[in-house]
Design a protein around this ligand. Structure first.
Ligand SMILES: Cc1ncc(COP(=O)(O)O)c(C=O)c1O
Length: 315
């Protein structure tokens, strides 16, 4: 197949059996490799959907500037698409993200506006909201409240999972904007109501790349709009150290080089596997490991990597 442009290559990501990591021989664990998307993460899906829809409904006009808060993946995907379509783009990002994220944004031509690292992604969201209010001439896509974020998963990720793995019993993913869980989870439950949907959260006050704890003070509007409380069967807390350990196991034992939130989701999947009789758990590999190499998460001594996880922003 020859695609007419790179946007056509977003989605339809492969799934791979990693059951050798399952602590229960009667439970299979399957990874969905969102890292295979052309700009490197699950966020390619929502960036495409948000931009194309904004163009269609007239909220994004030719040449109009886009503004968005992002600690990385959404910004990278939006910037790649915006640049190819001739939209200038400004990304609000906390200072403490890994250097590779900033470099990727530069590659894709974004202007990066830094917000204080200690305020995390919430600080970037607040600043973006203030700037967007001051500049109504800019297009603010706002991934935390944009329907097209879960919609991309409802029409893409969910149907792909059910098509490729109809035997699924549990769906496990991290929660950032909640778009992946809301869109995919809603689709799966509508079509196979027995599927359990499980969110992975870092402990309060601790950080795992890409994820948030809902009790931390900001609940994404999408979570409430898509009835997150009712949709989620449960939440599992995964510590940064476990996330790093399972990210390392994924690459060492299965050859899958993934980002830290994937290790968190896998750690959660393993916990679920040890608690159930039998089943098939699907979890999301949100991105590859490339952007996190400088954090030492793969190569440093585990204690040092864990200590660093406290200071580098992880979302
Ligand atoms: C690496 C990574 N993992 C997980 C997530 C969470 O996905 P979502 O925003 O769909 O809840 C994000 C996004 O914030 C992310 O960048």
């Amino acid at each position: 197949m020859i695609a007419t442009n790179v946007l056509e290559l977003i989605g339809n990501t492969p799934m791979v059996d990693v059951s050798r990591l399952s602590p229960n021989p009667r439970v299979r664990i399957i990874a969905k490799l969102e890292s295979q998307n052309p700009f490197g993460s699950v966020k390619d899906r929502i960036a495409k959907q948000m931009i194309l829809q904004a163009e269609l409904d007239g909220t994004l006009m030719p040449g109009q500037t886009i503004i968005e808060p992002s600690s990385g993946n959404t910004g990278i995907a939006l910037a790649a698409i915006a640049q190819s379509k001739g939209h200038p783009i400004k990304i609000l990002m906390p200072t403490s993200v890994s250097v590779e994220r900033r470099q990727m944004l530069e590659v894709f031509g974004a202007e990066v506006i830094f917000t204080p690292g200690e305020e995390g992604s919430n600080g970037a969201v607040k600043r973006a909201m203030a700037l967007a209010a001051e500049h109504p001439e800019w297009c603010f896509l706002y991934q935390y409240g944009n329907e097209n974020n879960p919609r991309a998963h409802y029409t893409g990720t969910g149907p792909e999972i059910l098509r490729d793995c109809p035997e699924i019993t549990h769906f496990v993913a991290g929660l950032g904007t909640s778009g992946t869980l809301m869109g995919t989870g809603t689709f799966l439950k509508e079509h196979k109501p027995t599927v359990k949907v499980i969110a992975i959260e870092p402990p309060l006050g601790e950080k795992v790349e890409g994820l948030r704890n809902l009790d931390e003070g900001y609940v994404p509007p999408l979570f409430d709009a898509w009835h997150g409380q009712q949709l989620l069967d449960r939440k599992r807390v995964v510590r940064p150290r476990e996330s790093i350990e399972w990210t390392r196991r994924l690459v060492a034992e299965c050859g899958i080089f993934a980002g830290i939130s994937s290790g968190a989701a896998l750690a959660g999947a393993a916990k679920v596997a040890s608690e159930i009789e039998q089943g098939v758990i699907v979890f999301i590999v949100c991105d590859g490991g490339w952007k996190y190499l400088s954090t030492g998460a793969y190569t440093d001594d585990l204690d040092a990597a864990e200590a660093k996880a406290e200071t580098i922003i992880y979302f």
